[in-house]
Write a protein that binds this ligand. Structure first.
Ligand code: 5GP
Length: 181
């Protein structure tokens, strides 16, 4: 049913599994001997984080933080709002932020700086998707699933007006869907 609104699939379900296996193995290797806190940025991180952590073979903690920057449309807005803060201290901890997509880079720039300010020992980012052509702030995530062109995508956690997060793949929405609104 949702598929009728999708112009084309950019990252298939199978590709997402392979990406998570590859990133999970790399993270397991890099954090050997450490107990990182993996912080997912809600709501987009949910399916990606759930898939990724299956392949991370480490003692690690999982936390969630609510962050909003799109406010419903298809353009990233300049103000990054924390809608749900962490319930644990990051002081002296190795932090890995799990994000669905990096576009302008503002969200991760703000959140990474905030966690460093709160005393984190290290802060790195793992993102399913990277859209480098959208960058406004210089920011390079350490772990990238795949790079995509500057297009508005939905699925696997990514929404348009809170819909389409439940698609099992990442796709491009037909322009008529958002032109309608
Ligand atoms: P940034 O701060 O890097 O511009 O944006 C990060 C956030 O913007 C992401 O977590 C995501 O919520 C949203 N975002 C950026 N690009 C897209 C996109 O193509 N589709 C959707 N649905 N959200 C996006």
């Amino acid at each position: 049913m949702l598929e009728k609104d999708i112009e084309r699939i950019l990252v298939s379900e199978k590709e997402i599994t392979h990406i998570c296996q590859r990133l999970g193995a790399k993270i397991t290797h890099d954090y050997h001997g450490k107990t990182p806190i993996i912080i997912g940025l809600l709501k987009g991180c949910m399916p990606f984080m759930a898939e990724l952590i299956k392949y991370i073979d480490l003692y690690c903690e999982i936390e969630l933080m609510g962050v909003s920057s799109y406010h419903g449309g298809i353009q990233s807005s300049s103000d990054v709002k924390i809608t749900k803060d962490l319930e644990t201290s990051v002081h002296d901890r190795d932090i890995l932020i799990a994000e669905d997509i990096v576009d302008t880079g503002k969200t991760l720039d703000v959140i990474s700086k905030l966690l460093i300010h709160r005393g984190a020992r290290s802060v790195e980012v793992v993102t399913l998707l990277d859209k480098p052509a959208g960058r406004i702030v210089e920011f390079t995530p350490k772990y990238i699933g795949t790079t995509i062109p500057k297009e508005f995508v939905v699925g696997f956690g990514l929404d348009y007006n809170e819909l389409y997060r439940n698609l099992p793949y990442v796709g491009v929405l037909k322009p008529e869907v958002y032109k309608k609104n």
